[in-house]
Design a binder for this molecule. Structure first.
Ligand SMILES: NC(=O)c1ccc[n+]([C@@H]2O[C@H](COP(=O)([O-])OP(=O)(O)OC[C@H]3O[C@@H](n4cnc5c(N)ncnc54)[C@H](OP(=O)(O)O)[C@@H]3O)[C@@H](O)[C@H]2O)c1
Length: 305
């Protein structure tokens, strides 16, 4: 498994992360197998959030790590806070309280990275800075980032912070390519050229903020998986052809396609199936050619000007 650097943090981590949003209801043996397979494949990065399974996902993860006797220091643990029932909350009190609860559930005394989950329009950047400072100085959180933020929102928060934001987690998959469409269609009049995110891809590259791709197998907003879905006949036909050429599965190719982008995006893979984790790890060994990368992009329904 290739490594990538998280922002300017000095953390060198696996280019694929295991997303833990769906593990809450897994049988202990199946979860142990999932984690063992990911570790054996070189995946050392685990993505959580306080709301996943209402906290259950963090708890069962910690239990599995204990059962498997995995050294905490070999893992990179990331979690998120700021989404509450019916509102977003970046208040100092909520961030501090959330971090303590996350640490307790994960049964650890530090988080490698804490993200603010979704932009809270009532954000007071100085208040967030106080919370981050307290967490950093106490050793509870080593690095910070955001999720689903645009460049203006990052600039606003960053201006109050003494530490650099290192991560922005964004929705990205072969069928959710908003952040690259506008660049490819730049200066054209069709819909792909519309700017929905303020140029977040180029902004993060310039500022050395690592983009993490959430829901890399999904289309729409949790509508389903595009692989073998009747809504995407052309994409699946082209994927079949290209996968045969490289000797990987479509599940693997979905991630190899993201990893081919030079922005060094980290994929956050949410499968609970250990065999799919292995397919992803196998596919990350390939180097997808430029024509094949664009062929997959076009087959997903995108046009090149
Ligand atoms: N920051 C944010 O706002 C945000 C939002 C959503 C998610 N996330 C993060 O992103 C991670 C991934 O999100 P996600 O789970 O929604 O997306 P995903 O990785 O795109 O989808 C995984 C789901 O698709 C299913 N699936 C069916 N066929 C599949 C195939 N051929 N290959 C792969 N998966 C297949 C999986 O089932 P099986 O388990 O049976 O394989 C699983 O239920 C989450 O765990 C979380 O860490 C972040």
């Amino acid at each position: 498994m290739k490594k990538l650097r998280i922002g300017t943090s000095g953390l060198e981590v696996s280019e694929v992360s295991l997303g833990c949003m769906r593990i809450g209801g897994m049988e202990p043996a199946a979860l142990d197998k999932l984690i063992t397979t990911s570790l054996d494949a070189g995946i050392d990065f685990y993505d959580h959030a306080d709301i996943y399974g209402g906290g259950k996902c963090e708890e069962v993860f910690a239990k599995s790590i204990a059962r498997l006797n995995v050294d905490r220091h070999k893992l990179i643990l990331q979690s998120k806070c700021g989404i509450r029932s019916g509102f977003f909350d970046f208040s100092k009190e909520h961030i501090l309280d959330s971090a303590d609860r996350i640490l307790k559930r994960l049964d650890t005394d530090y988080l490698d990275i804490l993200l603010l989950h979704r932009p809270d329009t009532l954000i007071e950047p100085d208040e967030v800075a106080e919370a981050f400072n307290t967490l950093h100085e106490s050793g509870k959180v080593r690095n910070f980032g955001v999720s689903n933020f645009n460049p203006g929102q990052i600039e606003l928060l960053q201006a109050s912070l003494p530490m650099k934001l290192q991560v922005n987690q964004l929705q990205f998959s072969i069928t959710n390519t908003g952040m690259i469409d506008r660049g490819i269609a730049s200066n054209m009049k069709h819909a792909n050229s519309i700017d929905h995110d303020g140029g977040i891809l180029d902004y993060c590259r310039l500022k050395k903020i690592t983009i993490q791709a959430w829901s890399p197998f999904q289309f729409g907003f949790f509508e389903g998986v595009f692989i073998d879905h009747p809504k995407f006949p052309e994409l699946n036909k082209v994927l079949d052809e290209i996968c045969e050429k490289y000797g990987v599965t479509k599940t693997g190719m979905a991630i190899a396609w993201i990893q081919r982008h030079p922005a060094r995006i980290q994929s956050v893979v949410g499968t609970t199936n250990f065999d799919r984790v292995q397919q992803v790890a196998d596919a990350c060994k390939i180097e997808l050619s430029r024509p094949d990368w664009y062929a997959i992009y076009r087959a997903a329904g995108n046009i090149l000007p």
